[in-house]
Write a protein that binds this ligand. Sequence first.
Ligand SMILES: [Zn+2]
Length: 347
Amino acid sequence: MKEELKQIKQEVAEQLRHITDLESLQELEVRFFGRKGKLNAVLKTIKDLPEDVRKEMGGLANNMKKDLLSLVDETRDGLKDLLADKPSSTKVFDPTIPGAQVAQGTLHPITHMMYDLNDAFLSLGFEVFEGPEITSEEYAFDHLNFPPDHPARETMDTYWVAGTEDQQGAKRLSLRPHLTGASVRFMQENKPPFRFVYPGRVFRSEATDASHERTFYQYEALIVDKHVPFSAGRVLVDAILERVFGQKVTTRMRSGFFPFVEPGFEIDMQCLVCSGKGCSVCGRVGWVEMMPGGPPHPNVLKAGGIDSNEWQGFYLNIGLDRLVMMKYGIDDIRLFHSGDLRFLKQF
Ligand SMILES: [Zn+2]
């Protein structure tokens, strides 16, 4: 009989190891511990044993049954815990159990600034336009009054698409080196008067340092109307900067040459980090070049299908990255694309 009990104990332990659901566990219980189960069949024969060993065997069998049943209970509890974590069609949904924590990202500071600018311009009646990131020599230079020998056309500044370098105009493709070409696309598709902004990423083939990147963001605006006084552009700049920075910003305009504007201006803002005293963000000069701007050159309006005798305009070409650097006092443009979470989590 001892042998039989030992056999049952081994069988139960072995089968419990392979049980993966509650139903099989219940079947096992019936098979070994039920009224017609294997263990009961053995226990029933105890009464036929000689009296001197009956008591000993009875105790032995009962202790073993107790041990095995607690092993079954343990397995059941373990299974229940395991199954509770798995989705099941029969599982009851408990709305009081706390949900799984989802890691939340944050908006990139450049995206933040782009949204702020969109809000500011939309409130002034502008619409938002988007152009393609791959453009052509025609839209990047020809339409914008760049002379054929302008150095910006050369490979050292522009990423030309392989296989098209030897072509000309519309067939010579590039990553857009600036956004301004998108304004010509808009002008060709819309009738003035209009005012619109077009944010986006641009690409330059140049060496990187704390204030230069190969990929950066621009944010341009163009107004075209019957009469756009120069002062309107200046007022627009100040109003937008005040909205974005949440404080009055001091600006100055210097004349500058850009092929697509006539006359061209460079608009600087006083450094907010040092209030004009000079710091590492502004290169110790107290002013930061923020954007070129000015009335569109008649040739640019012409490329857009607009008669410059009838219509006037004003361009603003904002360096988005620089605006963000100024807002947060960031002194290295390369941080934006570094993917460094310690930097990005601050915003
Ligand atoms: Zn400064």
